[in-house]
Design a binder for this molecule. Structure first.
Ligand code: PA5
Length: 471
């Protein structure tokens, strides 16, 4: 049987384009055909570089010094997992199903790239109140909590309160380096708690803990010492914030009952568009190039990802981290900002409408809702004057807010671009995640910044450890 067709994600930046004879303010805030003429061949060259990097990674060839570090392994990972390493996907699903059967709650420990993707998938693809539903309404899947992404005493205590007295919970600990202090500290605390819950039964404990880590490092050694049967390896050449489609994001997603093959299929589909589509019609290339042009030629140093509806905030935060850690280097890099509308029209809307002209707003829109539309009820009285709107479905209200906002921005020469997915499901998320990762790398190559590695973050880690360990 053929796999169901993947409805494509659309990146539409026509709202940002104008003609050379447009009024001055329009020209100064939008892109001209000459900008795109400049861009297209450069995007083509970047694509060739990204594909050559992937090829170098695949062949295991030596990475030249100027390219180090080169974490190009994320690019072909979807195809690899759907093909040669299919067994790894099966093992992820088997482990997730086993853990799901044993547990009503799962605590996922990790920070940065080691948890943000999983959270984005949960928020986008699960019931919005997943953790509050009865098990049957969760499809028999566990509730999921994220920790090890801070060292907030009272927050950790709060989660321990939830787990107190229960023996039906599990732990997934994720750290590529295996040495990140926040995650390592949380692991000690939660492992001790789980051990107490299981009354010291070490065999049972081993069935309740899954580690996802690099080939070497402290967590790997600890997993061996604990004799954990289920340890997944984050492949070499797949960096933290590029690891959402490795076991890092796939195991939590499978635990939640998501179809991880569809997720990978969406990402693979994005790869084939990246390989084939002309630069200016290619979502990943065009998204990177337009961002770059708007930053350098129109002064838009803030990248606002404006999500409509409530389910994409965590995706936006994942992307904030991806862009900020990848390109915020050498005094460069746009500042990403996630907005959730209509909510944030009442907090940031004023500034976006009339503040500095330093923002590129990209709307992220989902075309179809999953549930029956709710309509505004008719009432016998009309104090709130809504009776004239009685019967209007909520999606139409959201659409009116969307159109009204973009119309207001356009009238003030604040043009917007749009990323559109037909439905918020695994294939859409696979496309989005892969597109944003590719676009980030392409932009790095366009600017001459190595998108991999995060040398700045290492400084705080070193200092924190030195402060804690000094006598
Ligand atoms: O993108 C990155 O590499 C980082 O955000 C890491 O994911 C984060 O620092 C966590 O690192 P680790 O997985 O090694 O604990």
């Amino acid at each position: 049987m053929n796999a169901p067709r993947i409805a494509p994600l659309v990146y539409n930046y026509s709202g940002l384009l104008t003609a050379p004879d447009a009024p001055r303010l329009v020209r100064e805030t939008a892109l001209l055909p000459s900008d795109l003429d400049w861009l297209a061949p450069r995007l083509d060259a970047c694509r060739a570089e990204v594909l050559a990097d992937a090829e170098l990674f695949r062949s295991g060839g030596a990475v030249p010094p100027e390219k180090q570090p080169l974490d190009a392994g994320f690019f072909e990972l979807p195809e690899v997992l759907l093909g040669a390493q299919r067994g790894e996907v099966d093992r992820i699903v088997r482990t997730a199903d086993r853990l799901a059967r044993q547990s009503d709650r799962v605590v996922v420990l990790g920070i940065g790239g080691s948890y943000m993707g999983a959270r984005a998938l949960m928020e986008a693809c699960c019931h919005p109140y997943h953790n509050d539903l009865h098990r049957a309404r969760r499809g028999g899947r566990p509730r999921m909590y994220f920790e090890g992404n801070n060292v907030d005493n009272d927050a950790v205590q709060g989660l321990l309160d939830l787990l107190e007295g229960a023996d039906d919970w599990s732990l997934v600990v994720i750290s590529k380096s295996g040495g990140t202090l926040e995650t390592a500290v949380a692991f000690r605390i939660f492992l001790d708690s789980l051990r107490r819950s299981l009354k010291g039964d070490e065999a049972a404990l081993r069935q309740r803990v899954v580690a996802i880590t690099g080939a070497k490092g402290g967590l790997r050694q600890l997993s061996e010492a604990l004799q954990l049967p289920d340890v997944f390896t984050i492949p070499e050449g797949v960096g933290g914030r590029f690891s959402v489609l490795s076991p890092v994001g796939l195991l939590p997603a499978a635990l939640l009952g998501l179809d991880i093959e569809r997720l990978l299929a969406g990402a693979a589909e994005m790869n084939s568009r990246f390989r084939q589509a002309p630069p200016l019609e290619n979502p990943a290339l065009a998204f990177a190039g337009v961002g770059r042009l708007m930053e350098t030629r129109r002064g838009c140093t803030l990248r606002v990802l404006s999500t409509w509806g409530k389910r994409l905030e965590a995706l936006g935060l994942w992307y904030d981290q991806l862009l900020a850690e990848s390109l915020g280097k050498q005094g460069m890099g746009a500042t990403p900002l996630t907005v959730v509308n209509t909510r944030d029209l009442h907090s940031r809307g004023q500034q976006h409408q009339e503040g500095r002209r330093d923002k590129l707003i990209t709307n992220l829109v989902v075309e179809h809702i999953d549930r029956d539309p709710l309509a505004i009820p008719a009432w016998p009285h009309d104090h709130d004057q809504l009776n004239c709107l009685a019967g209007t479905p909520l999606p139409r209200v959201l659409r009116a807010a969307y159109d009204g906002t973009n119309r207001a921005y356009a009238a003030d020469c604040r043009p917007t671009a749009e990323l559109r997915v037909p439905r918020l499901d695994e294939t859409a998320m696979g496309q989005l995640l892969q597109m944003l990762m590719i676009a980030t790398v392409v932009e790095g190559r366009l600017v001459g910044i190595n998108p991999y590695g995060q040398p700045g973050v290492e400084d705080y880690k070193r200092n924190m450890n030195a402060i804690l360990r000094s006598k």
